[in-house]
Design a protein around this ligand. Structure first.
Ligand code: 2IT
Length: 448
């Protein structure tokens, strides 16, 4: 049966040449599923893994828009609708210059298991564009979003496929995308999440991913006899996820000592812990410059280290919140050498497979992103429910539910790894727990 897993991994690599990020997640997830597949021969008989790694539908389209100088620009647009066994396709849109099918497919594949782990009825999908938002004017972003939605609208719907934000797509972009969708279809409906509070957005959605990660990390620490209060925490990134994480870490009594951007990292010995500092993160993001150095100009106790990652800073817990593969083998080795105990992934696929193996072999407890960062999409689903029921939930209702979901995800990961591997391994446990629900639904729905 292990042969079955290996065969599907090899076939998937051959069928998707050059899409290395997609290969990476497929290899990581399927390898950990070997004992599950062993127990369920019916999966191989129904080609369940082959179906799982093949998106149900992949849409590629042209996005044409005119910049402020009057020049016509052409970008690529994508939506990979991966799996709808347990609900409508759900997942964000990423606008970044390095976007290509390998990135969108890795994100879409991860999203299947993440969404399943939330316990809510949402399938997996992801989309985006190679559009680079850095330095673009507001009017350019609007024209791009309108052009993107002019094609995408025909493929999505509140019960079909519900996109949201990801890197490069925040509240502003969701607003422009939503406005264009509504203009075309003439319906006010919950087709996107992460909307503004004035037009159907959920209270707590902006904070949800970061808060969820910290609540997941808290469970990880508790399960290993430690507590978050008093801990020094190094995070990467400065966007939506990092912002939410910094806020919740502070609230729970930890000190968040770093943030980072493509230009380097900032070390703040006093902690990124005041409303003014959290606002500074939002201002950095709104500046559209993709840099963190100005934080150190504003808060003189902080130091900016150009070109470095925050992993070299001394901390008790590391939370990557920037992008995929930001923890490489050499970072993992350095964590092990320094006796680091906890790493909780915030960004999707924060670590290379080699880095995960090095950390786990070195005794580090690793929280996998597909479990730890599921809070964002969980609140997106709450937003879908709110829209469908023409309701408005309070922040307290949303965040209490989110906290319960994150505690439940940690428990599900721990129990699944205990059952199939006889140990506390959240990385394998997340894959197994996420997979079992989707596999059960696929088996019941026949060969489709
Ligand atoms: O990676 C993710 O889970 C997201 N970008 C959020 C997806 C969503 O639909 O809220």
């Amino acid at each position: 049966m292990a042969n079955y897993v290996e065969r599907v991994i090899e076939q998937c690599k051959a069928n998707n040449p050059g899409e290395i990020e997609f290969h990476q997640t497929v290899e990581e997830v399927l390898t950990s599923l070997a004992p599950v597949v062993e127990k369920h021969p019916e999966y191989e008989a129904s080609a369940l893994l082959e179906r799982l790694v093949e998106p149900e539908r992949g849409i590629t389209f042209r996005v044409v828009w005119v910049d402020d100088a009057g020049k016509v620009n052409v970008n690529k647009g994508y939506r990979y609708e991966f799996n709808s066994a347990i609900g409508p396709y759900k997942g964000g849109l990423r606008f970044a210059p390095n976007v290509y099918p390998g990135i969108i497919k890795f994100l879409g594949f991860e999203q299947i298991f993440k969404n399943s782990l939330t316990g809510l009825p949402i399938g997996g999908g992801k989309g985006g564009s190679n559009f680079d938002p850095t330095g673009k004017s507001d009017a350019e972003v609007m024209r791009f979003c309108q052009a993107f939605m002019t094609e995408l609208y025909r493929h999505i719907g509140p019960n079909t496929d519900v996109p949201a934000g990801d890197m490069g797509v925040g509240g502003r972009e969701i607003g422009y995308l939503y406005g264009q969708y509504k203009r075309i279809v003439n319906r006010f409906e919950g087709v996107l999440t992460g909307k503004g509070l004035e037009y159907g957005g959920a209270l707590g959605r902006a904070e949800a991913t970061g808060y969820g990660i910290v609540w997941y990390a808290e469970e990880m620490l508790k399960a290993n006899g430690e507590e978050l209060a008093g801990k020094k925490v190094a995070i990467s990134g400065f966007g939506n996820v990092a912002w939410g994480a910094a806020k919740k870490l502070t609230e729970l009594g930890a000190t968040c000592v770093t943030i980072s951007g493509p230009d380097g990292y900032v070390y703040d010995p006093d902690g990124v812990g005041t409303p003014e500092k959290h606002q500074c993160m939002l201002d950095l993001r709104a500046s559209g410059q993709n840099i963190v150095a100005p934080y150190a100009d504003k808060f003189p106790n902080a130091t900016f280290y150009p070109g470095q990652k925050p992993w070299v800073a001394d901390a008790d817990l590391y939370i990557p919140c920037a992008t995929q593969n930001e923890i490489q083998a050499e970072d993992a080795k350095s964590f092990v050498e320094r006796g680091v105990k906890f790493v909780c992934e915030g960004s999707n696929m924060s670590s290379t497979n080699e880095a995960i193996a090095i950390m786990q072999d070195g005794g580090i407890i690793v929280g996998p992103s597909k479990a730890a960062n599921a809070g964002g999409v969980a609140v997106s689903c709450i937003e879908m429910g709110q829209n469908a029921g023409h309701a408005c939930f309070t922040a307290e209702q949303v965040l209490d539910q989110l906290h319960g979901i994150m505690v439940g995800i940690h428990k599900a990961c721990a129990e699944a790894s205990q059952e199939y591997y006889g140990k506390y391994d959240l990385v394998k446990g997340a894959n197994i727990a996420g997979f079992l629900k989707v596999a059960g639904a696929m088996m019941q729905q026949g060969i489709v």
